[in-house]
Design a protein. Structure first.
Length: 466
């Protein structure tokens, strides 16, 4: 096992050095060329850009840190994955980390005047640019933290493996297959990675899994064409009315899920305890509707411990130019966010059976073709959770919020279920970052603290292993 020199700087010196590096503008300099790359995985012609991000941006940085790397072919022909490893000790801990270099569409024309998705613009505490928050900024912080420990200490004291994909924003197709195929190469003691938002900008956060996401479409197709509402109103069924009532039969006007098969099991006591001090929301964000969702639950339990069913889109007739015609067709796109204890394979059959039993046999249920991200949740009492939380508290002076799972969805099931790892996520963004929207940004203050947190954590892990 590696033994750190008696003259190695202590962890507080290393953290202080990392903060000086940040204040000199070096993290911003590292991030600028990465944001400039148009890595929109939804573009059919994006493959060259996606590969270049791995080979021209990430790989050279890894080589400078003493990693060996290789590309792994995508099992279905998409952009490859990057796997890298720095091996120091045969009998010490191994950390697996993860990131994704793809982003959603830039929506260039929708950004505020003076901003661009492909060029970082700094305004006070905000660094604007597509991917600053999701996820280029976050994995750049983590790689920089490793570099700070190596620069000041000369070694980490543990082993690190990295897996980076370029398809997270399209549902991480192929990631599960890669984890199954590369199980031996990806073996580790724990996953420590960063994505998603903190509970709030002011509060460091750990989350231990994520809710799953089941997207599906509902279609009603009653006849070949629309018909005049004066001549036929009251005589023929309206597809929009049928679909609206079908949706109302599965989720009520206050957001409560009405179909038992779409509801989760009771929230475990350990999760209730972990959420007792959690207060969702962000200054400047939308006000929380206290009477929305499952009755009897706190806001934290509703978003982190329960399922939610959302209507994301609904269309019938011609919304842009309405005419006096009874629509023949209607469609809606819905999403069920679900927690551990739910079986995603039962959702579509349960919906079909419900509609048939309640007089909505004309409603067709079509699951999305995107790969489903399954729900995961690590026990908050796991030793790795307490180890990471203690390190963050030492760095920041505050106990971090510990969320059993994120309210959103990540491909964490690939690491928790396929690889069997405890999973600890340390986000460096915040709820108001506008990820996936115009004017996405990273808060410099959160990034600076995130760099300190990760540098301190890696320094602690190395010292404990020596």
């Amino acid at each position: 096992m590696s033994v750190l020199s008696k003259h190695s700087p202590d962890r507080d010196e290393i953290v202080a050095g990392a903060l000086r590096w940040f204040d000199d503008g070096e993290l911003l300099n590292a991030l600028r060329p990465r944001i400039a790359r148009r890595t929109e995985s939804q573009r059919p012609d994006a493959c060259t850009d996606l590969v270049a991000y791995l080979t021209d941006e990430i790989a050279p940085a890894l080589v400078s840190l003493g990693f060996e790397w290789r590309l792994i072919d995508h099992p279905s022909g998409g952009a490859p994955f990057l796997f890298a490893e720095r091996h120091e000790v045969d009998d010490g801990p191994t950390i697996l980390t993860y990131g994704h270099g793809d982003v959603v569409h830039g929506y260039d024309a929708q950004w505020r005047d003076g901003l661009s998705p492909w060029n970082i613009v700094v305004e006070n505490d905000r660094w604007y640019g597509r991917g600053t928050a999701d996820n280029k900024g976050q994995h750049t912080i983590n790689l920089a933290a490793l570099a700070q420990v190596l620069r000041q200490r000369g070694e980490l004291g543990f082993n690190v493996k990295l897996l980076m994909e370029m398809g997270e924003e399209i549902g991480s197709p192929g990631l599960r297959a890669i984890c199954e195929r590369e199980r031996a190469a990806l073996s580790a003691d724990v996953l420590i990675a960063s994505d998603g938002p903190r509970l709030s900008a002011a509060r460091p956060t750990i989350f231990l899994g994520s809710r799953g996401a089941f997207n599906f479409d509902l279609h009603v197709d009653l006849r070949p064409a629309a018909h005049h509402s004066g001549n036929w109103g009251g005589l023929i069924a309206n597809a929009g009315t049928v679909l609206a009532n079908a949706i109302a039969s599965i989720v009520d006007g206050r957001g409560r899920i009405l179909v038992p098969a779409l509801r989760p099991p009771p929230i475990p006591p350990s999760v209730v305890r972990a959420l007792a001090s959690i207060e969702p929301g962000e200054p400047g964000g939308p006000a929380i509707d206290v009477d929305w969702g499952e009755p009897g639950l706190t806001p934290a339990e509703r978003v982190f411990g329960w399922n939610s069913l959302e209507v994301l889109a609904f269309k019938t007739g011609n919304p842009e130019h309405p005419v006096n015609a009874i629509p023949a067709r209607a469609s809606a796109h819905l999403q069920l966010r679900f927690v551990v204890g739910c079986d995603v394979a039962t959702f579509a059959p349960a919906l079909r059976a419900h509609f048939e039993a309640n007089g909505f046999g004309s409603v067709n249920v079509v699951p999305s073709r995107a790969e489903t991200m399954h729900a995961t949740r690590l026990d908050p009492d796991d030793p790795w959770v307490q180890r990471v939380a203690s390190s963050i508290e030492r760095t920041t002076g505050a106990r971090p919020a510990i969320l059993p799972n994120l309210g959103g969805s990540l491909p964490n099931d690939c690491f928790a279920d396929v690889l069997g790892l405890p999973t600890v996520w340390i986000p460096h963004s915040y709820p108001g970052c506008s990820q996936h929207a115009p004017d996405e940004h990273l808060l410099a203050s959160v990034a600076r603290q995130g760099l300190a947190i990760m540098t301190g954590l890696f320094a602690d892990l190395g010292a404990a292993a020596s």
